[in-house]
Ligand binder design. Sequence first.
Ligand SMILES: C[S@@+](CC[C@H](N)C(=O)[O-])C[C@H]1O[C@@H](n2cnc3c(N)ncnc32)[C@H](O)[C@@H]1O
Length: 261
Amino acid sequence: MRPEWAPLTVDLDRPSAARVWDFLLGGSHNFRVDRAFAREMMIQMPDAQVIARENRAFLRRAVRFLSEQGITQFLDIGSGIPTVGNVHEAARAVRPGARVVYVDNDPVAVTHGSALLKDDPNTLVIEGDLGSPGAFLGAGGAADLLDFTRPVAVLLLAVMHFVPDSADPAGIMAQIRERLAPGSYLVMVHGSAETDAHHAVQEMYQRTPTALTMRPRAEILRLFDGFELVAPGLVSPSDWRPEPPGEPVLKSPGYAGVGRL
Ligand SMILES: C[S@@+](CC[C@H](N)C(=O)[O-])C[C@H]1O[C@@H](n2cnc3c(N)ncnc32)[C@H](O)[C@@H]1O
């Protein structure tokens, strides 16, 4: 049955990346089809929930780092269904006036995010497709809240691997980069299939509306073209400035980095 909060455009019969991720993070905006998919995935990757949490922990550390560098504007593309510790919360712990634009192409993510943030004048939630950044970067989109003549941090966390090679990921990155002022940042987490289990998960996603294209490290590195990676470079999300430093953590099947323009 369709719950009241679910927009009419939601497909209840096919799992969605946003809702599967919500389930892995312990959220409640998912359906039976998403939970079944996530459980099947956890047979291949029993650590899937830990990986999702590690990804969010990286997000919070990276946003705090950027806020400490003076960044007050954030553009979170493929932001997902809001959970605890969203970008605006992490940023405002350091910069109370931080402004954040959230973009996603999933109707549940957009509807729920808009409802949650409707009274917050310093956030904006937009329905948009990473495949066509020109459609949401300008006036009537992110530029309604963010001043692109000043530095902006663009976050692409666990979303670029939903962009197939045929959609020209390098071209998409160039369109985003050209919009940014010097001193802007790119934050990215990207999946990389390094075991049979990762390949099996990638295969599973082919039957969802969001097929996965995990990429080798060298290709992910190229997506940072034009940006200079800050230390420690492109590493497992849990190895990016861990807290406390040196704590043993799970190695996610992917890479995380923060680059400065
Ligand atoms: C794995 S979730 C990651 C969510 C969040 N960034 C995080 O790291 O916790 C991927 C998100 O990207 C969104 N997404 C996938 N393809 C997209 C596209 N082409 N344009 C915009 N969002 C997309 C999905 O709807 C989903 O919310």
